[in-house]
Design a protein around this ligand. Structure first.
Ligand SMILES: NC(=O)C1=CN([C@@H]2O[C@H](COP(=O)(O)OP(=O)(O)OC[C@H]3O[C@@H](n4cnc5c(N)ncnc54)[C@H](OP(=O)(O)O)[C@@H]3O)[C@@H](O)[C@H]2O)C=CC1
Ligand SMILES: O=C(O)C1=N[C@H](C(=O)O)C[C@H](O)C1
Length: 269
């Protein structure tokens, strides 16, 4: 049994992780955290998540929430995640990190903490998206340079980071498979007389609206034909189940940075 604490406990993902963790026979919730001043502080995490009383009050103290926990599941914001990682590293607790929107420098900082504790860090914890990651590498390698690559993602109107962490990872995978540097070839903006498309660039387009959970399409556009690889999330439960699977998998692992490909065994072969 892995004992977990959850940060962002009153958030969209925190609530689903807490609810589905109660249905897992491998995880046990012992701590739940929101920031100081949050209106749900002191309330039962299960009540807030909508799954009934769990006897775990939402606290603003991560140290307190981690007492008796083996690891932390964190779906918040990059700056919050990094502050939480510093606490986890000091206390020797592992982390499952789902937050997105990290700058390259912030990713480096998280990597630094992963030298002290085991961390699963993935912009998307669904099985489907992780299979797409694997397929994208294969498609890009097979097609080579003759196809223009464009990535379009759609999310709800409360999402704070753009493009999504998943879209960025998709771009990185395709760029790497084609021998390009994602940071050099990603094109986030076209407006006015911006000229013809270059063959190297990877277009990154973002749509925000309503309650869209998350959709990603990678277009490989050739002459007279086109491949579209699409993943549509219908709800957040598959992300939460992925986080739960990652938490169960992480127990006993040595310090290091792991991704969902490793958790799901997709990095083999
Ligand atoms: N890897 C994956 O599979 C997925 C990743 N995500 C990512 O997860 C992150 C969270 O998404 P989502 O749940 O939709 O966002 P929410 O805004 O619903 O949740 C974020 C939560 O973090 C809370 N928070 C802010 N500061 C702190 C703090 N210091 N300590 C504890 N909690 C804090 C927020 O509080 P407040 O209510 O005050 O804002 C909020 O409850 C995003 O980066 C998103 O992109 C989302 C889905 C899947
Ligand atoms: O903020 C979200 O909601 C989501 N964020 C993740 C991302 O940025 O890739 C994953 C998922 O698409 C939902």
């Amino acid at each position: 049994m892995t004992r977990i604490a959850v940060t962002g406990a009153a958030g969209r993902m925190g609530g689903r992780i807490i609810t589905l963790a109660t249905e897992s026979d491998q995880l046990h919730l012992v701590g739940a955290v929101e920031m100081a001043g949050h209106p749900k502080l002191g309330q039962d995490a299960g009540h807030v998540a909508g799954c009934g009383e769990l006897g775990v009050a939402i606290s603003d103290s991560l140290e307190e929430a981690l007492t008796g926990a083996d690891l932390l599941i964190d779906f918040t914001f990059p700056q919050v995640t990094l502050a939480n990682a510093a606490v986890c590293a000091r206390l020797g607790k592992g982390m499952v990190v789902g937050s997105t929107g990290f700058t390259p420098e912030e990713r480096e900082q998280l990597q630094g903490f992963a030298e002290q504790i085991p961390v699963v860090f993935a912009p998307n914890m669904s099985v489907g998206v992780n299979v797409c990651f694997k397929l994208l590498k294969e498609i890009a390698r097979t097609l080579g340079d003759g196809f223009d690559v464009e990535i379009v993602e759609l999310h709800h109107n409360k999402k704070k980071d753009s493009p999504s962490g998943t879209a960025v990872r998709m771009g990185e995978i395709v760029a790497e498979a084609l021998g390009r540097d994602y940071n050099q070839v990603a094109n986030y903006h076209r407006e006015g007389m911006c000229g013809e498309r270059t063959t190297e660039e990877i277009g990154m387009q973002t749509v925000r609206g309503g309650d869209i959970v998350g959709e990603h399409t990678v277009y490989f556009i050739g002459m007279g034909e086109r491949i579209e690889l699409t993943h549509r999330a219908m709800n957040r439960d598959m992300f939460a189940r992925g986080a739960i699977r990652a938490a169960s998998w992480l127990g006993g692992k040595p310090a290091g940075m792991y991704d969902m490909q490793a958790v799901l065994g997709l990095d083999e072969g």
